[in-house]
Design a protein around this ligand. Structure first.
Ligand code: ZN
Ligand code: ZN
Length: 822
């Protein structure tokens, strides 16, 4: 047994154990182990942003607590780590950094820049994950930008195409004119913006009547394909079927009726344009209206906009309003707060464009998604509806092609002569069609031998939505189904609609099986002002600052204890400070134990006689173990932490240790057997506390374990010691009742000393306790050793009768009188 240094140096201790654990290889998943049940964590590969923030700390702490807990439960834990590299955000940064647009440089060069930036960011994030002490198996590390990962993404596309889930089509899609790419519904954010509602006069054909149309997008007038009213609207139903002139561009369109028109919005008459918004898309499809493409891919007006061609949307809107005023067709303009869709990456206004794209048939899987979501265990349970509601809300299939560079290539070519598309064969991947030809001589359809590569690439979610299978070893390991579905998919509340959904829909389509058995949801981190933490709100705290100041163990306690799983968690420095103070308390009691356990040999039955207070805390320890185990099983980390910290701090340190110090220090007064009983209890309780704490605070608990317990217990690391069995049969309610009374006596005497401003070690000449009855008197007498020792009593008299004196807080029938030395 080693003694512990006076001060607890977290930086040194944490670095030391992180290195040692890595050297010991205790986090390596053993692929050949068939004896221990595997536990697989579908670590979501993060998008390397170069900034590991407190939200990431919260995520990874959750993952890691679970990994460490399951390892102690005897599982062969797979805790992998990948990096979801591709995506728009990196491209936008590279464009800014090099002051270019993606199409200005060869795509290989552009890709290289993206890869370099990503590597820089990965290094920063990896460093933070290591410093947080995450028990990741780094031999599993992967990058979705590497061709070996492309292989998986491309293979899954080929397989899904064979199963009929992938198709090409010209459909309206969400389009970011800034990023010049299609984006999925999940990448559109909705914000409230100040806009204007313009009231414009349309001339009804064949008579002199005018219809007043309210629109917030007058620039779309050149793309107007119909005017629409509600058929129930008595003011306007007579116009249905008539034609009206479209102002400025002088075309005629038909007036149609549809219940979707809200008679109370604007004037009750609306123009249908291709495409001003999603409602237009529905109407065009339903009424089979023509499409006039008004916008180019970079958000300018096309030739179809005649005199407005070449203008941006905003310029065109101003010009149109001016022209309407000049023509006397603008009745009035009102301010309007409207909800508009913006690109999640660059915040530009999202337009709707028609362009040939690849789609995955996701909507036909919605019932399966709902069924599978109901089979998954959600922590917390109510999160499940978020996934189901999202799946049910989707209007369109998932557009999986993007018009970008830094992404997995779509393994497709087209025949130059007949435009027939060819997919790569399963064994051709990874392949970049822009660099390699298809391995066929001629087009089987027309015999042509010139092929055009697909230049579109995959949505980055195509990479990251197959991780459950990939982590399990698909497609290379024959036994990958052993690790599939993943035991848990951990996810943030904000990405249920993307990550949890895409995983679900993709794996269901590929394998006809749900990808994860449970889903662990974390909330958002709020700033100290209660708003979501964000750099722009000035309530932002950088993770390296917290880790640098307090270390991992204190920071992890904040994450674990900050709130119920799935709820938003505020970041407050005092919470981390509280975590640190708890560690100091644990360190101090461990130093005390290391000193008082010198020469102690555990499990020497027959050498000690447990005293009531020993039985008291050992019983409470069993109940604590039960509570913590229950909470861990339900991923209620905050409850587990509260129980352990409360027990350790108040029951163990403040009550028990204080009450047995005298027995430990003075065996000559109390007897060796009673000292040995206290040593045995101290040893057992401390070890158990370390075990229960170790998933949350792995470093300090390991340090203490190695100094005091490793020689006897023999595990190379506390991290792989078996989680304590819950033996509630060892709980002893009677011992607890008795112990509570003794602790109350000791506590009240100490409180009186404190109130009288006497040092705690002040001698009491005589302590007379009026127990009130025989039974209570017996209990107190049985522990008189600990009372006398702790309260420094020269002469203790316990009487079974009622008396007067200071009353015990929770035992009003018990009173005492203390006579102090003068
Ligand atoms: Zn954008
Ligand atoms: Zn052909």
């Amino acid at each position: 047994m080693q003694s512990l240094p006076k001060k607890y140096n977290f930086a040194e201790i944490e670095r030391k154990w992180q290195q040692t654990w890595e050297e010991l290889g205790i986090y390596h998943f053993d692929w050949n182990d068939t004896q221990h049940t595997p536990f697989t964590i579908d670590t979501p590969p993060p998008y390397p942003s170069g900034d590991f923030h407190m939200g990431n700390i919260l995520n990874w702490t959750y993952f890691d607590i679970l990994a460490r807990y399951k390892r102690m439960r005897g599982h062969n834990v797979l805790f992998p780590q990948g990096w979801d590299c591709h995506g728009l955000s990196i491209e936008i940064q590279v464009e800014k950094e090099h002051n270019v647009r993606k199409r200005d440089v060869p795509h290989i060069k552009f890709r290289k820049w993206c890869e370099q930036l990503i590597e820089k960011y990965i290094a920063i994030m990896k460093d933070a994950i290591v410093k947080l002490g995450c028990s990741i198996d780094w031999t599993t590390e992967y990058r979705t930008m590497n061709p070996d990962y492309w292989r998986r993404t491309q293979l899954s596309f080929i397989l899904l195409h064979k199963k009929g889930y992938m198709y090409q089509g010209t459909h309206p899609v969400n389009w970011c004119p800034r990023c010049e790419t299609a984006i999925a519904d999940a990448e559109v954010e909705y914000v409230k913006r100040q806009g204007e509602l313009h009231y414009i006069r349309f001339q009804v054909e064949g008579n002199r009547e005018q219809l007043l149309i309210a629109t917030s997008r007058p620039e779309f007038i050149p793309a107007c394909v119909a005017v629409e009213v509600n058929p129930e609207d008595d003011r306007f139903k007579k116009y249905i079927g008539k034609k009206t002139n479209v102002p400025i561009v002088n075309r005629t369109v038909t007036i149609i009726g549809d219940e979707a028109v809200d008679p109370d919005f604007g004037t009750g008459v609306v123009q249908i344009c291709t495409y001003g918004d999603k409602e237009d898309v529905k109407t065009v499809m339903k009424h089979k209206l023509p499409v006039i493409t008004l916008l180019t891919e970079n958000g300018r007006i096309t030739e179809n906009g005649s005199k407005y061609a070449g203008l941006t949307v905003n310029q065109a809107r101003k010009a149109m309003v001016k022209d309407l005023v000049a023509a006397g067709l603008l009745e009035k303009t009102e301010k309007l707060i409207q909800e508009v869709g913006v690109c999640a990456r660059c915040k530009s206004h999202v337009e709707i464009l028609e362009r040939k794209q690849w789609f995955m048939k996701t909507r036909e899987l919605t019932d399966n998604v709902e069924k599978a979501a109901n089979e998954v265990l959600w922590y917390p349970d109510y999160m499940k509806t978020r996934l189901i509601d999202w799946a049910r809300s989707l209007d369109w299939d998932w557009v999986i092609s993007r018009q970008r560079v830094f992404a997995t290539p779509i393994p497709v070519w087209y025949c130059n002569d007949c435009s027939e598309p060819f997919l790569a064969e399963e064994d051709w991947v990874p392949i970049d069609p822009k660099l390699e030809k298809p391995r066929i001589d001629k087009c089987p359809k027309c015999g042509g031998n010139v092929f055009i590569p697909e230049i579109d690439v995959f949505d980055t979610w195509m990479d990251s939505s197959i991780t459950c299978a990939v982590h399990a070893g698909w497609p290379d390991r024959k036994d990958w189904h052993r690790l599939f579905p993943a035991d848990v998919h951990p996810s943030g509340i904000d990405i249920i609609r993307t990550w949890a959904y895409y995983l679900m829909v993709r794996h269901l389509a590929l394998f006809n099986e749900k990808p994860y058995k449970s889903c662990l949801i974390n909330g958002m981190v709020l700033g100290s002002d209660g708003r979501k933490m964000s750099k722009s709100l000035k309530n932002y705290v950088a993770a390296p600052e917290v880790l640098g100041k307090y270390g991992s163990d204190a920071t992890r306690q904040w994450a674990a204890a900050g709130g119920a799983t799935g709820s938003d968690i505020p970041f407050r420095w005092p919470d981390v400070e509280y975590g640190r103070r708890f560690l100091v308390k644990l360190w101090n009691v461990s130093k005390f134990a290391a000193k008082l356990l010198q020469g102690f040999v555990p499990n020497q039955t027959g050498t000690f006689v447990l005293q009531p207070l020993d039985k008291w805390i050992l019983s409470k320890l069993e109940k604590l173990t039960q509570k913590v185990t229950d909470a861990m099983e339900k991923c209620q980390f905050n409850i587990a932490m509260e129980e352990i910290r409360n027990f350790t701090w108040h029951i163990f340190c403040d009550c028990y240790v204080e009450a047995v110090k005298d027995r430990l220090y003075k065996p000559e007064t109390h007897g060796e057997e009673r000292k040995a009983a206290a040593q045995h209890t101290l040893y057992e309780v401390l070890y158990r506390v370390l075990q229960l704490l170790s998933p949350v605070t792995p470093h300090l608990t390991e340090e203490i374990y190695q100094a005091i317990f490793a020689d006897f217990k023999g595990y190379p690391s506390l991290q792989i010691s078996p989680w304590p069995e819950c033996t509630l049969s060892l709980a002893d309610d009677q011992a607890e009742e008795q112990g509570n009374l003794i602790i109350a006596v000791i506590g009240e005497v100490r409180r009186e000393k404190a109130e009288k401003r006497l040092p705690l070690n002040t001698q009491i000449k005589k302590l007379t306790v009026y127990a009130g009855n025989q039974k209570t008197a017996e209990i107190i007498k049985e522990s008189k050793d600990d009372i006398v020792g702790t309260c420094k009593v020269a002469n203790l008299e316990v009487l079974a009768v009622k008396g007067s004196g200071r009353e015990l807080a929770e035992y009003p029938e018990v009173k005492f009188v203390a006579e102090y030395e003068r």
